[in-house]
Design a binder for this molecule. Structure first.
Ligand code: UDP
Ligand code: MG
Length: 307
């Protein structure tokens, strides 16, 4: 039987790891599988708990990072170390219901390359968060060539060719949702209702999500640069016409000093747009800078996987 690798990023999840493994065992009891826990620099007992699980269960593998590198890095490390013909990506907090796994695996055998879960309800989520995320999808899809599926989660089962394709994208600034979409392949979406976290708490704050959205846009489209060129052009054109108007007016009527308000408005507006444009430019420069440094995406401190 094909080996199924389940990749599970964990950051401060001491309460969840054991329960998660129990559920997986119940769901996949006679299947050939491995669970790869990635301990992303947890500061609680997550690693110790994972090691206990690994001692009593041969299917448990782990990779422990030297510090917190973020979920995107953990996903990359997990995919890189998964040896399965099928690879599943899952959160440890039960928000990705293990009960969906059999159906997902079944769909792969129907011939799909990827089967991914899509959240259709946002039950239990604050209004600002769901509205913000809705706006993010609208803007992202509008200005990038990718079409992200709203509600798409990282909960997915992929065949080996898809995993290899994602691993080929070894960029430092990783926005996995975009990368998964970018590689293509035939994807089946399975809908489910939002489930609340089993234990612990989410690491995402409102501003964290806003920042993440900006990163995602910068990683997948350069349209913001074009927008600043467009704004610059339109405003220069208007300024030029206005200048001609002022000159003509001066020649015809000479000029009593007036128009302080106009000057202030123009000054502030132009100053604002200039700063904004420099900021946008800076964002792209920052990404290029980080990419050229070519730093590793993660650093492993310990693992029980031998290469
Ligand atoms: N996670 C991680 N590194 C981080 C933050 C989160 O590996 O820096 C893991 C976390 O343990 C969980 C998954 O990523 O398994 C999703 O995190 P969380 O539940 O906080 O996100 P949400 O479900 O709220 O989107
Ligand atoms: Mg969660």
């Amino acid at each position: 039987m094909d080996l199924l690798s389940i990749v599970v990023p964990c950051f401060n999840e001491e309460e969840s790891v054991g329960i998660f493994l129990d559920e997986i065992q119940k769901t996949l009891f006679d299947r050939n599988y491995e669970v790869i826990f990635i301990n992303d620099g947890s500061t609680d007992n997550t690693l110790a708990n994972i090691k206990d699980l690994a001692n009593s269960n041969q299917n448990v593998k782990y990779i422990s990072f030297s510090r917190n590198f973020g979920k995107e890095s953990a996903i990359y490390a997990g995919l890189k170390n998964a040896s399965g013909d099928l690879v599943c990506l899952m959160d440890v907090d039960m928000q990705h219901p293990p009960s969906m796994l059999p159906e997902m695996i079944e769909s792969i055998s129907e011939g799909y390359d990827v089967v991914a879960a899509r959240r259709i309800s946002k039950k239990g989520e604050p209004m600002v968060k769901s509205f913000g995320s809705h706006m993010f999808y609208k803007i992202f899809n509008r200005i990038s060539k990718l079409d992200l599926v709203e509600g798409a989660t990282d909960y997915r089962v992929m065949t080996r060719p898809v995993v290899d394709a994602v691993l080929e994208l070894s960029e430092y600034n990783r926005f996995s949702k975009g990368l998964f979409q970018w590689v293509g392949f035939e994807t089946k979406w399975i809908d489910y209702e939002n489930v609340e976290r089993f234990a612990g708490k989410t690491t995402w704050s409102f501003w964290g999500l806003v920042g993440y959205s900006v990163e995602a846009i910068v990683a997948f489209t350069t349209v913001p640069l074009s927008i600043s060129i467009f704004l610059g052009t339109v405003i220069s054109a208007i300024a030029f016409i206005y200048l001609a108007f002022i000159i003509v007016k001066y020649l015809m009527y000479s000029d009593p000093v007036q128009g302080f308000a106009t000057i202030m408005c123009a000054l502030l507006l132009l100053g604002g747009i200039q700063l904004l444009s420099i900021g946008i430019l800076g964002k792209y420069l920052e990404k290029t800078y980080k990419e050229t440094k070519n730093r590793p995406i993660f650093i492993v401190k310990e693992t029980n996987i031998d290469d």
